[in-house]
Design a binder for this molecule. Structure first.
Ligand code: ADP
Ligand code: ADP
Length: 229
């Protein structure tokens, strides 16, 4: 789906976290929001995910305005927020809670297609062989891939990743980014990841949105990136 953001502004009291932010991400694109700490990346992703109300502005998915939190927007968090005692498979399956609502999940046994979705998602992130392993015993990179699988089980129309590799070593970070990019490509899933490291962004992004002090200072493809970003 095409994501369009129009004139998003967010103020916290005296602080302007976002100021008239506008951009568009075409269907299936893998976009990166680049900016230093405090630039407004989290605020932007939280608004897109419906976790925070903007002060002004609008967000559209395929032309339809998003007004509330939607069940088809997947989110990957920096601190993956997984259930350590559950297996990779169990964690992936919790993605269905976001899709179907907690109530349905409690009263029904998991339908077979949810189980298949969870296994497919684990396969997408290269963890089918580790499906039964407790995530508490997995590496940070593997845990983040489980986080991606959980978001995929939600069957998202849009995938958001808030600093998905900030707490990982460089090699795990590359692997996680590779899986995110591949997922966007193979599932034609519009993806927006926030990053503060330009080298990782440059390697994996297709579209780059630079924000500085809450304002968009760059929006373009890799070829147009400059070293000051
Ligand atoms: P980033 O994710 O790029 O580090 P944030 O979106 O977290 O940036 O923050 C942008 C600005 O908004 C910062 O100045 C931050 O202190 C401020 N901010 C973020 N969330 C809140 C909040 N809940 N209350 C007050 N100020 C906030
Ligand atoms: P991130 O690294 O994702 O930007 P932060 O450490 O900036 O996270 O913020 C963590 C949480 O604290 C967020 O919920 C954010 O909205 C809130 N927050 C950030 N800055 C402020 C602030 N100046 N005042 C109040 N809350 C804030």
């Amino acid at each position: 789906m095409t994501l369009r953001v129009e004139n998003l502004t967010k103020r916290y009291g005296e602080t302007t976290a976002l100021s008239e932010v506008s951009f568009e991400i075409p269907d299936g694109n893998f976009a990166v929001v680049l900016g230093e700490s405090g630039a407004g990346k989290s605020t932007l992703l939280r608004i897109l995910n419906g976790l925070t109300e903007p002060t002004a502005g609008s967000v559209y998915l395929d032309g339809e305005e998003i007004t509330n939190s939607r069940s088809d927007i997947g989110m990957v968090f920096q601190q993956h927020n997984l259930v350590e005692e559950l297996s990779a498979y169990g964690n992936a399956l919790t993605g269905t809670l976001n899709r179907t609502g907690f109530f349905r999940s409690l009263i029904n046994r998991q339908p077979v297609d949810d189980r298949e979705l969870a296994l497919e998602a684990l396969e997408t992130v290269g963890l089918l062989g580790e499906a039964g392993q407790k995530v508490g015993s997995m590496s940070g990179g593997q845990q983040q891939r489980v986080g991606i699988a959980r978001a995929l089980v939600q069957e998202p129309a849009l995938l958001l990743a808030d600093e998905p590799v900030a707490s990982l070593d460089p090699s795990s970070a590359e692997t996680v980014m590779e899986y995110l990019r591949e997922t966007a490509e193979t599932r034609n899933l519009t993806t927006l990841a926030s990053l503060h490291q330009i080298n990782i962004a440059r390697e994996f992004g297709e579209q780059f949105i630079g924000i500085k002090s809450g304002e968009v200072v760059f929006d373009g493809p890799r070829e147009e990136l400059t070293s000051e970003m």
